[in-house]
Design a binder for this molecule. Structure first.
Ligand SMILES: NC(=O)c1ccc[n+]([C@@H]2O[C@H](COP(=O)([O-])OP(=O)(O)OC[C@H]3O[C@@H](n4cnc5c(N)ncnc54)[C@H](OP(=O)(O)O)[C@@H]3O)[C@@H](O)[C@H]2O)c1
Length: 248
């Protein structure tokens, strides 16, 4: 059976690194992105260099119709999905809770929580033996923020990742007997553009002295954990997490 993976937010950062590693391991890949087509196209070139099939689909995971269109594209262009990496996620400008608008909070929750759940839903419909599927594996990209709570930076984002952890545990039990494993990774401070979105491009340098390994991480160091959790080597792991946080 072909290994077919969907990596949401695979156009940059951790998602791009995960997609490249999975392509190197023989997966056909769909990456999704929200708006930066040129970044997605550059990743596609790297994926196809591994002689696998690769497609990129624009889809905002916060929108149900986009998620459904994304999964239909995988069905039609690649075939039955065997692996889902729920990587797409966002945060907003650093601030305290008393400065947060409902609009900001809802946008983060809609993307990180609703979007992740919708993608899980569509994957289960295709993978579950209950629905005639052949099983599969899901990895949800959470964050060390789920444990730290990110005070003074983005408590809303941290709360959304706490929800991702909880849904990972619940869903893993719900579908364990239907051939699907569901696990999570919790990255720490990883060198991507996300920190600029929070308004502090040099955030990792500021925080590195607090990290036991005394440095930030690279996207590839998270990708390895994702690929392992998807692989048969992790066949007896479900409902669990790998923290790639440098010891924090
Ligand atoms: N970097 C870290 O230190 C860190 C730490 C802990 C957890 N994480 C988590 O790791 C994941 C990836 O983070 P990253 O640092 O690699 O982020 P990034 O560099 O900002 O890349 C984000 C990716 O997600 C896509 N995306 C964002 N919102 C989307 C939406 N609503 N619908 C579809 N795609 C969307 C982006 O697409 P476009 O390019 O089109 O915008 C991009 O491909 C996130 O879930 C994040 O919370 C990151």
């Amino acid at each position: 059976m072909n290994k077919i993976a969907l990596v949401t937010g695979g156009s940059r950062g951790i998602g791009a690194a995960a997609a490249k590693l999975l392509a190197a391991r023989g997966y056909d890949i769909c990456i999704s992105y929200r708006e930066r087509k040129s970044a997605a196209d550059a990743v596609l070139d790297a994926l196809r260099a591994h002689a696998v099939r690769a497609i990129a689909v624009q889809a905002d995971i916060a929108l149900e119709e986009d998620v459904q269109r994304l999964f239909r594209a995988v069905d039609g262009q690649l075939g039955p999905l065997t692996a889902l990496v729920n990587n797409a996620g966002m945060l907003s400008q650093q601030c305290r809770v008393e400065q947060m608008s409902a609009q900001r909070i809802n946008r983060i929750l809609q993307t990180n929580v609703t979007g992740t759940l919708l993608c899980c839903r569509e994957a289960i419909k295709r993978m579950s033996t209950r629905h005639g599927g052949n099983g599969g594996a899901i990895v949800n990209v959470s964050s060390g923020a789920a444990r730290s709570g990110s005070p003074n930076e983005y408590v809303d984002y941290a709360a959304s990742k706490g929800a991702v952890d909880t849904l990972t545990v619940g869903l893993s039990k719900e579908v364990a007997r239907e051939g699907i494993r569901v696990n999570g990774v919790r990255p720490g401070f990883i060198a991507t553009e996300m920190h600029s979105d929070g308004g502090e491009p040099n955030r990792i340098e500021r925080l590195a002295p607090l990290i036991p390994l005394a440095r930030g991480g690279q996207p590839e160091e998270v990708a390895g954990a994702i690929a392992w959790l998807l692989s048969d080597e992790a066949a007896y792991a479900t409902g669990t997490f790998i923290d790639t946080t440098g010891g924090l």
